[in-house]
Design a protein around this ligand. Sequence first.
Ligand SMILES: [Zn+2]
Length: 321
Amino acid sequence: MSVNRFRTYIILCLSAVLMSSCGAKQSQAARHEIARPPFSADSAYAHIATQLSFGPRVPGTDAHADGVDFIAEKLNAYGASVEIEEGYMEDYAGEKQKVRNIIARFGDIEAKHRILLCTHYDSRPWSDQDDEAYRYVGVPAANDGASGVGVLLEIARQLQHKPSAKNIDMVFFDCEDMGTPDFIDNNDRPDTWCLGSQLWAQKPERKGVYSWGILLDMVGAPGATFYKEYYSVRQASNYVDLVWNNAASLGYDDIFKSQEGTAIVDDHLYVHRGLGIPCVDIIHTLPQGGFPEWWHTQEDNLMQIDRNTLQAVGEVLMSLL
Ligand SMILES: [Zn+2]
């Protein structure tokens, strides 16, 4: 006991010397003034508002085509090398579904050591968590579609100003949200979701190219909470820790919660299953599990977007690039 107390005294003296030698840098006030990674939530918000102005970006509609054009044009303007990957997948009803993934490359486009940043841009065709009257009405998808796109487009703009030393690919997946409607069959078949990432992950030439990836899904709501998603922890635990530690060091541990969350079928699952890429899903879930009440309803509109959440997610990603 006394030895411990003596040790504590020595440590306190040493830390007092260190603190005074480092001056004001050690003060709590100074910690709050650490250089923030560059990211404009206003710009991300504007990209979300533009997508919503097209209407729900339901595959096969004009609004969806407008969404593709908008994303591709922005990425081109920000200096990325852009490709639209087209293919067909079977949907929940066994019908052929056209899929259009948007791929943007930054840095040395031939380099084989790349980081994957991804999100989905499509809107769910059915508001099947809303009143019955809205069953066949597309979701505005401010959070569940447009938010991830808004954040990635703003990161693309930042990369044009200040290129990263890392080679980065962004993939905007289509048809993520076409999983079997609840009112048809609620014995949810997982593989009816995430058709775009399933198509993307079928290409063997992509194997071994990506060291790891981050998926964004529903990253704009006020008071959002991001738990360490179950599959992400199983397939990419080091990277989950890296992302959450960076968030904590930026002061965002109130949004990026250090607890493990529920298991979510999302694009990161197929990216890992098909190509072995460890991928971290940053997705808004509730403390008790499940999604917020606006999920897959008409309420997933611009009212559910908060610049503070976009800023947190944007800064965390930029700190990793
Ligand atoms: Zn969804």
